[in-house]
Design a protein around this ligand. Structure first.
Ligand SMILES: Nc1nc2c(c(=O)[nH]1)N[C@H]1C(S)=C(S)[C@@H](COP(=O)(O)O)O[C@H]1N2
Ligand SMILES: [Mo]
Length: 225
């Protein structure tokens, strides 16, 4: 009951603050993304072990500053904060780590969901070379659009959460966060940081972030229905 109410409040807050984002599209950019979406969906895997997959290039667009286009030649992923030695990783270095595939549904508080086959590297493998301090409790994700979200370090490790670079067998589309999206399994969509370029370890157990700081629940558990 409490979580249903919380969920409804969360939807309301999000709609009020973001506006119902799924209809905004402007001129040429809109047309281009429609064409790109078409190309992507032709190449995608449609089904995985009997489960029908949702086309990953055509999910509702509700980003705080629209779809980001990341230039991969200058892109680096930084691991910072409560670590012994901050590290910077190139796109290819993340792709070279052991790959994990997971079939996971993203649930947005706006009421839609998407089941996608994700492929990526374990977040714990990505942060390991930086040598995380024993005092670290939280992982904060920073994105190129200024978005942030955070997860408990223990959950990231125990659930073997991945940073995905592929969706339904294709390279992650820009709309889904190319080069990387956090597959925050068992947490609502606003924990799934897209266009991630910095992973910050923090000793502060409090889960901050763009939506977390605007009234959405910081744990973001998916409500049972
Ligand atoms: N960088 C960034 N990541 C973000 C957001 C955003 O605005 N910026 N929105 C979040 C929200 S609210 C959701 S539901 C998911 C949606 O991802 P999708 O629309 O690509 O499925 O991305 C999350 N990650
Ligand atoms: Mo969302």
């Amino acid at each position: 009951m409490k979580s249903k109410l919380g969920f409804a409040a969360a939807i309301l807050i999000m709609l009020l603050l973001a506006g119902c984002g799924s209809t905004k599209e402007a001129g040429d950019t809109g047309l281009l993304s429609k064409l790109t979406e078409g190309r992507y969906s032709e190449l995608e895997v449609r089904e995985y072990e009997g489960t029908k997959l949702d086309p990953s290039g055509a999910l509702p667009e509700n980003s705080i500053s629209g779809v980001q286009q990341v230039d991969i030649s200058s892109y680096v992923l930084e691991v910072t904060g409560s670590v012994q030695q901050p590290v910077s990783l190139a796109y290819e270095e993340v792709l070279a780590l052991p790959a994990y595939e997971k079939l996971i549904t993203l649930h947005c508080v706006e009421g839609w969901d998407a089941t996608v086959l994700w492929k990526g590297a374990l977040l714990k493998d990505i942060i390991a070379p930086a040598v995380v301090r024993e005092t670290a409790q939280t992982v904060i994700f920073h994105c190129v659009d200024g978005y942030t979200s955070s997860l408990p370090l223990q959950a990231v490790i125990d659930k073997e959460m991945i940073l995905a670079y592929s969706s339904n067998g294709i390279t992650l589309p820009p709309s889904l966060g190319f080069p990387f999206i956090v597959v925050a399994e068992d947490r609502l969509g606003y924990k799934w940081a897209r266009w991630v370029n910095e992973i910050e370890l923090s000793d502060d157990p409090y889960l901050t972030g763009f939506w977390e700081n605007r009234g959405l629940d910081s744990e973001a558990d998916i409500p049972a229905n």
